[in-house]
Design a protein around this ligand. Sequence first.
Ligand SMILES: [Ca+2]
Ligand SMILES: [Ca+2]
Ligand SMILES: [Ca+2]
Ligand SMILES: [Ca+2]
Length: 307
Amino acid sequence: MKKNFINSILLTFLYAFIAVFAVNAQVNADFSGDVKTDISIYRPSDDNWYIRNVSGGYSVTNLGFTGDIPIPFDFTGDGKAEVAVWRSSTGAWLGLKSEDNSFFSNTLGLAGDIPIPGFYDSDSKADRAVYRPSTGYWYIEQTGGGGSISQAFGTSEDKPVASDYDGDGKDDIAVFRPSTSTWWILSSANNTTSATQFGTSGDKVQHGDYTGDGKTDLAVFRPSNGYWYIHRSEDQTYYAVPYGVSTDVPVAGDYDGDGKTDPAVYRPSEGNWYISGSSTNFGTINFGIPGDIPIPGFYRAGDIPIP
Ligand SMILES: [Ca+2]
Ligand SMILES: [Ca+2]
Ligand SMILES: [Ca+2]
Ligand SMILES: [Ca+2]
C-alpha cells in the first residue's frame, strides 16, 4: 500500500517533469530553465551577452564577435538554452553548455545560409539546421538518432519559419514567401504541404503559440502601423492588436510562462522592453543601451537583423 503511494508520487513527478520538457521546446531564449523567455541582449561593442534574471539582476557571458548570429537554443537537452552563435564565414556552431560552461563547436552550413535550429525530431535536444536560399534546400542534423535530412522546400526569396504548426511536438519545415505573404508548411505529422496567405509587404514574421493550444499560430508585426496580426490555429480566424511603433524590434516570446506567446517589442533608442503578457503585467523594463541587439528576436531566424 505504502509502496503504491510512493510509486504514484514518483509518477506524478515524472509526468510534471515530462510536461515541463514538452512545453520548454516551445519557449525561446530560456536560459534559466524556468520555462519563460528571458529578457536578454547581445552587445556588439564588447561581444557580451547580458541575461536578466527574475529578480532583476543579470549575468554576463562573453561569446562571439560582430557578424555572428545568436542561436539561443537548448542543444544539450537540460531544459536551458545555451549561449551559442552561428558564424557564417565558417559555418561554425559555437557555444557554452549550460551544464558546466564548457565550450562546444560543430559545423553545418555555408556563407549565405540561414541558421534555423529547432526541435525537428522527438528528443529534447535542439537540432542544428540551415536553410540555403540559393538552392531552396534544408539541411538538418537530428540529435535523436534519425541522422541527417536534406530536403528541398522553398525558393531564394523565402525566409525559413520552422515551428510546430501541427502540434505533434516536432517542428515543421516551413517558409514565409514575402512577395506573396504566403506561409508554406510541410507538416511533420503527415508530410503534406499547405499554403496560407497571411500578412502583407513589409511585415515581420512573429509566429508563436499565442492561443496556447500547442500549435504555432501564423503571426506578423506590421511596422507601418504598429499592429500585430495573429492567425488562430484553432479556427483560422485572426485578430489584431496594436503594440509597438515602427522603429521597434518585435521580440515575441512567452515571458510570463503561461504557455502562450506574448507580443513584445524592444525599443532600441531607449533600451526599453514592452511586453504584452498574457497573464502578467510587466510595465516597462529597461534592459539595454543603443546598439544592443535583443536575443529573443533571433529565435525567428528567418527575419533576423544581422548585427
Ligand atoms: Ca532533437
Ligand atoms: Ca509538427
Ligand atoms: Ca496556437
Ligand atoms: Ca505568455
